[in-house]
Design a protein around this ligand. Structure first.
Ligand SMILES: Cc1cc2nc3c(=O)[nH]c(=O)nc-3n(C[C@H](O)[C@H](O)[C@H](O)COP(=O)(O)OP(=O)(O)OC[C@H]3O[C@@H](n4cnc5c(N)ncnc54)[C@H](O)[C@@H]3O)c2cc1C
Length: 465
């Protein structure tokens, strides 16, 4: 069986989700595993390393023409390489940790006309089919198929005497690629402007750790002011498609006519969009939509902006806002092709009234955190750092690629306040932050701040009153 694993180098390392995909491939008995990556020439070193683990061949797609690719252009180049290699199975990591869009796997599957099984937690592969347990339930697909893998295992280390295997570099010509569909030229999503995030900023009053419990209790009783949604005095689009009711709510903020689409099958949606030619299609950011949207976008050869936190229009085109990678920066993005497609963050309909969220700063204190949460009647949540460290389930994650919540009180402990986290909790009525670093950005987004460690506040919260 020939298995291709698509891998990306993110932040100078093998993307952790892709590392799990490589390990999953190496565990398939008798499989010939080929790793394919797109990137700069130095990425070949990473592929060489993978050959020491048992990957039989590493193929680097590298060409100036590939530079600046968004997910559409990336899926296109990868699809050409996969077609040449004729695999029985393609594995991708669920997402890369820099982009976090989770679009490439489903997009690649659609271009290859293969079924996709996303969010794989466990897999068993025979000659004919893949049977998987996923975040969306049990799924089976006939081979060849594309699977996107969660962080389900640890990548092995090379054996001491392991030898470096074969790696090759393929350029656009080798792939037979249409360079107009590659790199920057083939990427319809363009950053118009970047600026510092101002959304969610509050005036923070510092309190002592001893005052924390009463502050939480008082904040829980404070009547909640429902802000009437701001007057939309700006320009509006005339017509927008929204897939599902949640996306429709967002669409109504910027468009006069919203067509609510019920089709959730990619082929049906693709056919209807091809026939009726909408100028904008919006999706919510649910796990299901994050699989559906890229499959439709690549086939319409249009741009898809993931996890938008805000939409805006000049009356003609749609501008999408999304936190940029690194720093407290938000990017304003437009799409040069039609339809413009985006997945938008939507508020959770119902969430707990009191949330205790832990970040990297609570590592080693997870049990104390749960005990403290029980003591004050809070639901636990987490930053991505805590989830990535394997200390909290993904379902706990708040933020850009997690849940968006609006509790009465959000108590953030050991969380630094990255824009990708803040955008998931900025609608909380009262935000209380605990951090030993008084310069931590989270205090800029909190109503009350406690300069203390997680250990200190958890033991105080657990004390009998
Ligand atoms: C595309 C993309 C999407 C992302 N999506 C999300 C998302 O959905 N959700 C999310 O949360 N992040 C997300 N991130 C990651 C985000 O950028 C940050 O890296 C992450 O939020 C940091 O988590 P943290 O605040 O827990 O960790 P850190 O930034 O490492 O902060 C840890 C904090 O703990 C404090 N601390 C240290 N010791 C203690 C102690 N003893 N007690 C208490 N505090 C202590 C430190 O002072 C520090 O402020 C995303 C990133 C990208 C690029």
């Amino acid at each position: 069986m020939r298995v291709i694993v698509c891998v990306k180098q993110s932040c100078k390392e093998l993307n952790p989700f892709d590392a799990c995909a490589v390990e999953a491939a190496l565990r398939i008995e008798g499989a010939e595993v080929i790793a394919v990556s797109m990137g700069r020439p130095d990425v070949e070193d990473m592929l060489r390393y993978l050959t020491r683990l048992g990957v039989s061949r590493g193929i680097l797609l590298s060409d100036r023409a590939f530079a600046g690719a968004d997910t559409l252009a990336t899926s296109y180049a990868l699809s050409l390489a996969v077609q040449k290699l004729r695999p029985d199975l393609v594995l991708c990591g669920r997402q890369s940790i820099d982009g976090d869009t989770a679009q490439v796997g489903p997009g690649l599957a659609a271009l290859l006309r293969m079924p996709v099984i996303p969010y794989v937690l466990e897999m068993s592969v025979t000659e004919k089919e893949a049977v998987c347990r996923t975040r969306l339930g049990d799924r089976t697909a006939p081979l060849p198929a594309v699977l996107t893998v969660e962080r389900i295992n640890e990548l092995r280390f090379p054996k001491l005497r392991s030898k470096v295997g074969v790696t090759e570099v393929w350029d656009a010509e080798t792939l037979g690629a249409d360079v107009r569909r590659c790199g920057l030229a083939g990427s319809p999503t363009k950053v118009v402007q970047s600026f510092e995030n101002q959304s969610g900023r509050r005036h923070c009053r510092m309190i002592s750790k001893e005052e924390l419990r009463t502050t939480v209790e008082t904040a829980m009783k404070t009547p909640r002011v429902t802000l009437s949604s701001a007057e939309h005095t700006g320009k509006r689009l005339s017509a927008v498609w929204a897939v599902g009711e949640k996306a429709a709510e967002k669409a109504r903020e910027i468009a006069d006519t919203v067509t609510v689409i019920r089709e959730t099958d990619p082929t049906a949606l693709l056919e209807r969009a091809t026939r009726e030619k909408p100028s904008v299609i919006l999706f919510d950011s649910s796990l299901e939509s994050r699989v559906l949207a890229p499959q439709v976008a690549v086939q319409l050869q249009t741009g898809l902006c993931a996890d938008c936190t805000k939409l805006e229009t000049d009356g003609e085109q749609l501008f999408m806002y999304r936190p940029a990678f690194g720093g407290n920066i938000v990017a304003k993005i437009r799409c040069t092709t039609r339809p413009t497609m985006a997945t938008v963050r939507t508020l959770e309909g119902r969430c707990a009234e009191l949330i205790l969220a832990g970040g990297r700063g609570v590592i080693g204190q997870e049990e104390a955190m749960q005990k403290a949460a029980r003591a004050i009647g809070a639901q636990c949540a987490a930053s991505r750092a805590l989830v990535d460290a394997g200390k909290a389930p993904y379902e706990w994650q708040i933020g850009l690629t997690g849940r968006t919540v609006s509790p009465q009180v959000y108590l953030a402990v050991g969380i630094s306040g990255a824009v990708q986290h803040v955008c998931g909790m900025e609608s909380a009525h009262t935000v209380i932050a605990v951090n030993p670093d008084k310069t931590a950005p989270i205090f800029d987004y909190a109503d009350f701040g406690v300069c203390a460690t997680a250990e200190e506040v958890f033991s105080l919260l657990c004390e009998e009153k």
